[in-house]
Design a protein around this ligand. Structure first.
Ligand code: SAM
Length: 444
């Protein structure tokens, strides 16, 4: 692969001649691959022995692991279907480590699709507080939602809104904000030739201009004393250090928040880190800031909704039938759809919200048809009826392919899980389970 000369010249100013040569020599090796384990569904102790490939801890995130570059069928693995892990290039996991997420916090991921970093944030929040994931490109927001459901995120919002509109409305609503901005993608060069052919100096400059505007929007949502992390998967100083410096000039109510705890390469900014293939990742830059002062986040409203009484009663008995232990969430009914919502949420109207909380089901005539997300979002021990399949049970592959399978449990809607991790559902009757695994997710 031939890299643009002006890219190499600039890289030398960042890495120095010796490490630039090391970087270039790494094009003869395979790109790094990794996964991040999702603690909403499992733990590293439980998952790692079940994986059919090796996994070695990464220095960039507490639950990040390297996997072999030739590992086969990773996305088709049943544990991946069940959201036990997310396939994520190791250095991409670094930005979330810098957010220092604590349970109960409200976190905005402003440029979120396909959802790797949102999945990490949700895993650290452990379905407390809230993760609001926004993706301006509508069809990418659909992929984000699908990943939300797979990962079992119940305390979340998915929206597709322009950053300036979203952030004006959600001013001061979040403890932590991540702006993982679109960039010139130099960190993709080893794995994607198109990223090389699409690269130009003009594109770098255009990206830098867009990034500063995204970052200014993102800043508005951070409460006083809250943390803002900006990240890219590119190496250029214009899109990284210079954007960070310009941001501080434009937003003087933010200050650098130094990084001491993360592996990677030092930069000229003490609050930033860069990872290149030399450090063991394809390429990431992350910088963090703190908003000066100290105040509580604002703007959340209690979600208790005035539902239609008759629908509420039907929904209540539907949930009673599904759950042995009903999650502590608010029941919301809107346009014939039933949701389980976190107790306190920022306002959602007019912000392109595609999903808030968990879609539990839908009224179809006088009946309620359960939604896949209801079963993928909670642990099996919440459900009244569970069919747990081990990895070597042949019914597992049949279930993932959409086939009917044997099920000797009591009749009714049944959570299907793999090795104790919820996957989806089906309807059990007469010793058989009618398959409800969504068509778009099935193995082919
Ligand atoms: N954070 C994501 C993850 O970990 O999976 C990756 C995000 S990717 C680097 C940047 C995202 O920003 C893309 O999904 C892209 O569609 C979106 N984007 C493109 N133009 C944008 C804009 N003007 N404002 C905000 N986001 C934009």
């Amino acid at each position: 692969m031939t890299l643009p000369e002006s890219f190499i010249a600039e890289l030398e100013t960042v890495l120095g001649k010796e490490d630039t040569q090391k970087y270039l020599s790494l094009f003869e090796k395979n790109p790094y691959r990794g996964i991040s384990i999702n603690r909403l569904k499992t733990t590293p102790e439980k998952l790692l022995p079940l994986l059919p490939f090796s996994a070695e801890g990464s220095p960039f995130y507490r639950d990040g692991y390297y996997i072999p570059s030739d590992a086969d069928g990773v996305g088709n693995n049943a544990l991946h279907h069940a959201g036990a892990f997310y396939v994520q290039e190791p250095s991409a996991s670094s930005a979330v480590s810098l957010l220092e997420i604590e349970p109960g916090e409200y976190v905005l991921d402003l440029c979120a699709a396909p959802g790797g970093k949102s999945s990490q944030i949700a895993s650290m929040l452990n379905n407390t507080g809230l993760i609001w994931s926004n993706e301006v490109v509508r069809n990418r927001a659909g992929v984000l939602l699908s990943n939300f459901e797979r990962m079992g995120i119940s305390h979340g919002v998915v929206s597709s809104c322009r950053p300036e509109v979203l952030c004006q409305r959600l001013e001061g609503c979040f403890d932590k904000v991540l702006a993982d901005a679109p960039c010139s993608g130099e960190g993709m060069f080893r794995k994607d030739n198109d990223a090389v052919t699409q690269w130009s100096r003009e594109h770098v400059i255009a990206c830098a201009n867009r990034q500063i505007s995204i970052l200014q929007s993102a800043a508005r949502c951070v409460r006083e004393g809250g943390i803002l992390v900006y990240s890219t998967c590119t190496f250029s100083p214009e899109e990284n250090e210079e954007t960070a410096e310009k941001f501080l000039e434009l937003c003087p109510d933010f200050e650098p928040y130094d990084i001491t705890e993360l592996s990677g390469r030092k930069t000229r900014l003490s609050n930033a880190v860069r990872i290149t293939p030399v450090e063991g990742g394809e390429g990431h830059f992350a910088v963090r800031f703190r908003r000066k002062g100290s105040s509580q986040r604002v703007g959340c409203v209690n979600c208790s909704k005035a539902n239609n009484k008759e629908e509420e009663k039907l929904a209540g008995s539907f949930l009673e039938d599904i759950f042995r232990k009903r999650p502590d969430m608010v029941l919301g009914i809107r346009n014939g759809k039933i949701y389980l919502l976190p107790h306190d949420m920022p306002p959602v109207e007019g912000l392109g919200v595609i999903r808030a909380g968990v879609l539990a089901g839908e009224f179809v005539k006088k009946r309620i048809e359960p939604a896949h997300a209801l079963f993928s979002s909670f642990r099996p021990d919440h459900f009244r009826r569970v069919l747990d399949l081990s990895l070597d049970d042949s019914r597992l592959d049949d279930y993932l392919r959409g086939l009917e399978i044997d099920c000797d449990g009591e009749p009714g809607y049944t959570c299907v899980s793999v090795e104790g991790i919820s996957l989806g559902f089906g309807k059990c009757s007469g010793g058989r389970l009618k398959n409800k695994y969504p068509k778009g997710l099935r193995k082919v």
